[in-house]
Design a protein around this ligand. Sequence first.
Ligand code: HEC
Length: 127
Amino acid sequence: MKKIMLALALTSAAAFATDITITATMQLMDNGLNQVQRGFLYNSKEDILEGITKLENSDAIFKTVDVTTFIPKNKKVTVTKNITNNLGDDLKILRKSIENNEFTTATEKYGEVLNDCVACHTVIRGW
Ligand code: HEC
């Protein structure tokens, strides 16, 4: 009995830690994406680039999290991993197009970044 209690306590502590990491990471994602959008609307390359850096940093944290902990027994783990990889690639192209002042390509890439967010949430939340 004691063993079971301990196991339960450990499981919930681990789940709690994961939850904090995911929430904090996603809030950083949210913040970065907003800054990119603000940068477009206020013609601030600086804001866009800072936002991209925030997104890249949060994507890096996200890659260290074991996704199976928040989608238990979910067969779509591969799908979400692919989405994270796409996000990284799209962010790289977005950064390049901003650096080269290719704003039409940049807004298209911004749309793809947003699509990566929504694609993963759709899988995770069963939207
Ligand atoms: C590979 C999967 C994945 C990707 C990509 C992803 N997210 Fe999330 N996101 C999650 C998970 C898991 C949660 C937590 C569970 C939930 O809210 O359904 C979450 C939750 C959130 C939340 C709610 C946080 C809260 O406090 O409740 C926001 C906001 C968010 N994500 C923003 C973003 C943005 C912006 C992007 C893209 C730049 C993004 N996410 C990309 C998996 C992902």
